[in-house]
Write a protein that binds this ligand. Structure first.
Ligand SMILES: O=P(O)(O)OC[C@H]1O[C@H](OP(=O)(O)OP(=O)(O)O)[C@H](O)[C@@H]1O
Ligand SMILES: Nc1nc2[nH]cnc2c(=O)[nH]1
Length: 190
């Protein structure tokens, strides 16, 4: 299951950002090369989890964009990207994002009251991003049907569950200075 994703994670290099061992992978960074087979495997898996019954796919720049695009092409569902830049459009929602290595603001546009929304992203780590985003989408009147994140590292997904949000993840990993270890793969017995 998810063989292309697992193989690519085993090859992921690590760089140190401050104290934080940061893995570099096509899905989370777009480098060195994001192969269509990998995107296809992930998009198919997301459709197996969430189906296609939603009005909008919401994802976060930068690395949610290829995932949301691949899913949109398969499902015919439109995409709204949560941006790190302000547009000042009517109804724009502003929120504060904090990750393990950055802080900033996010801006949501294009999500309409009453819409069924699928949220996808590349990585969940501290959960800081989704902790800010999911309540904001609900405040805008969206009904969140599923939240799917490709790679889980750390306890962000568990924290989101404690807040009442189920986050499906495709692989759980651990990262240290030597590389990535795969702890769990969706749909596989451990
Ligand atoms: O669970 P968290 O600790 O919040 O981390 C997860 C966030 O970190 C990454 O984005 P990043 O802000 O690095 O932006 P990028 O996609 O532009 O690289 C990832 O795409 C998530 O949005
Ligand atoms: N690429 C990448 N994205 C992340 N988002 C949260 N942690 C990480 C990480 O270690 N690597």
């Amino acid at each position: 299951m998810l063989e292309v994703l697992q193989e690519s994670l085993r090859k992921a290099p690590i760089v140190i950002r401050g104290e934080y061992p940061y893995f570099i992978h096509p899905i989370s960074d777009g480098v060195p090369s994001l192969e269509p087979e990998l995107l296809d495997e992930i998009a198919e898996h997301m459709i197996n989890i969430a189906g296609t019954d939603y009005d909008r796919i919401v994802s976060i720049e930068a690395m949610g964009i290829p995932l949301a695009t691949a899913l949109s092409l398969k499902t015919g569902v439109p995409v709204s990207i949560v941006r790190k830049r302000q547009y000042g459009l009517e109804g724009e929602m502003i929120l504060s994002q904090s990750t393990g290595y950055s802080k900033g603001e996010l801006f949501i546009n294009g999500v309409n009251k009453g819409e069924k929304v699928l949220v996808v992203d590349d990585v969940i780590s501290t959960g800081g991003t989704l902790k800010a985003l999911l309540p904001a989408l609900e405040k805008m009147g969206a009904q969140i049907t599923n939240v799917i994140v490709v790679i889980s590292r750390g306890d962000g997904a568990a924290k989101m569950r404690d807040m009442g949000y189920e986050v499906d993840t495709l692989v759980k990993i651990d990262v240290d200075h030597d590389g990535v270890s795969i702890l769990e793969v969706a749909g596989e017995q451990q």
